[in-house]
Design a protein around this ligand. Structure first.
Ligand code: GLU
Length: 463
């Protein structure tokens, strides 16, 4: 049974990289009918905040990546960590170390002076204790893991291939501080063990933790999960992803008018591929997702591609759903949706914009009377067409309000006055919408509505 986990540290918002990790863990569990676990790694009391926990949960909810188990909170599992530490002390796979911070500094200092890599020298390892070496008074010990002294620790990384470390590079790391609190690498191990995690997919900033975690798991007699370390996500310029490449917090995407399905689809392709497929549903993704097609090289974040995908999804939304999704964006743009049907208006623009924010802005003139600039009006309205427009307004008043009928009346008037189509279309467009570029004028007019179109035209032509 596949069991994956996403284990964010709540020190900020849910960022794009974290969301991609969560998505891959979730999809892998879905693909294999397994379990996706959410675990909040909140033991860093100085950096973890309740707001950040909420931000992560909000991000996961928005993405629709619901855990099958959890959220679990490491802070609520302290007793369990202490229990395992005691078991390890009893089994001799961990030991108390009484070095003071000063002593450790001196040790490192001396090692550096000898040209050695600074590391804990194992002086409190049970086998190194000399007769009469007693715990110094007044020092509360830390607990250290007894790392294997030699040999290598290696694993077949599902993304990066074989990775190995020499045990001599790993010193006996602290698993419990002198106040008894367990350390990060240790909690992760106990959790992955207790939660029977089969596949650990996480960012490759954790590659250096993996050999330590494997050694502890072995000392506990636990089965090892498969590890897959996902490469970093870089900005389009190859630099570390940051604000200037676009939003890094997942929750900025809905705010910026991106659709959840587009963001998920985009994240799915960030370091994973299925042939040339670019646009696919999450259902499809869960059927396809595998670890073999995760690229070991860094993925590049491309905001233009995300905008393109978002437009693909905007194009596909059923009208009703598009209107419902768009509503809050209209409100946020300060536009009161009254009169013209929002879905019909949106249909005219969905292929011309990339985000819901842009769509709301594009639809403003349907609901708010425009005031076309006088230069723009002067450019299109003149003595050659003014009279034709006045006649057209009268005829429109008698027309069935539907795009074809409106178009027919416009054409007939153009012909009658021996004008060219743009000579009438352009002033109509400008007076009705305040813009020189819009979708087909008759379609726009049909949505704006008869009374409102006539009001706009009459008041503009009267001046
Ligand atoms: N809490 C770690 C992080 O947010 C992830 C640990 C893990 O996945 O093992 O980077």
């Amino acid at each position: 049974m596949v069991r994956t986990r996403f284990a964010p540290s709540p020190t900020g918002f849910l960022h794009i990289g974290g969301a991609r990790t969560a998505l891959f863990c979730w999809a892998f569990a879905r693909r294999h009918g397994g379990t996706f676990i959410l675990r909040v790694e909140d033991t860093d009391l100085e950096r973890s905040t309740p707001e950040a926990v909420q931000a992560i949960l909000d991000g996961m909810n928005w993405l629709g990546l619901y855990p099958d188990e959890g959220p679990f909170f490491q802070m609520q599992r302290m007793d369990r960590y202490r229990e395992v530490i005691q078991q390890m002390l009893d089994a001799g796979t961990a030991y108390h170390c009484y070095c003071s911070p000063e002593e450790l500094d001196q040790m490192r200092e001396a090692q550096r002076a000898r040209g050695e890599k600074p590391r804990y020298d194992g002086r409190w390892r049970p086998e190194n204790l000399t007769a009469g070496m007693l715990p110094p008074a007044g020092i509360k010990p830390v607990v250290r893991f007894k790392n294997p002294a030699d040999g290598i620790v290696a694993w077949e990384d599902a993304v990066k291939g074989r990775i190995e470390f020499s045990n001599t590079e790993l010193d006996d790391f602290v698993i419990a501080r002198s106040d008894g609190t367990p350390t990060y690498n240790f909690c992760v191990v106990v959790d992955d063990w207790d939660m029977r995690v089969t596949h650990v997919l996480r960012g490759d900033d954790h590659v250096n933790n993996t050999p330590r975690q494997i050694n502890v798991l072995r000392a506990l007699g636990a089965q090892l999960p498969v590890y897959g370390h996902l490469s970093m996500i870089l900005g389009d310029d190859g630099q570390k992803l940051s604000k200037r490449h676009g939003a890094v917090s997942v929750m900025e995407y809905p705010a910026d008018g991106f659709l959840r399905d587009a963001v998920l689809n985009y994240l799915a392709r960030l370091g994973w591929s299925h042939g040339d497929d670019e646009v696919f549903s999450m259902k499809q993704f869960c059927e396809w997702f595998d670890l073999d097609h995760i690229t070991p090289s860094a993925a590049q974040f491309n905001s233009e591609k995300l905008r393109w995908l978002n437009q693909e999804y905007l194009k596909k939304l059923p009208t009703e759903e598009l209107a419902t999704t768009l509503s809050p964006y209209m409100a946020r743009a300060g536009i009161v949706v009254e009169g013209p049907n929002l879905g019909q208006a949106a249909n005219l623009y969905r292929e011309r914009v990339h985000t819901l924010v842009e769509l709301a802005e594009a639809l403003r003139y349907f609901y708010v009377r425009p005031s076309p600039g006088s230069a723009l009006v002067a450019e299109h309205l003149n003595d050659a067409n003014r009279h034709a427009l006045l006649v057209l307004v009268e005829r429109l008043a008698e027309t069935v309000w539907e795009a074809n009928a409106i178009g027919g009346v416009i054409k007939a008037t153009v012909a009658e006055f021996k004008l060219k189509m743009p000579q009438v279309m352009m002033p109509l467009r400008v007076l009705l919408t305040g813009k020189a570029q819009t979708p087909s004028v008759d379609a726009v007019m049909a949505v704006i509505g008869k009374d409102e179109c006539l009001t706009r035209l009459k008041s503009a032509l009267a001046t």
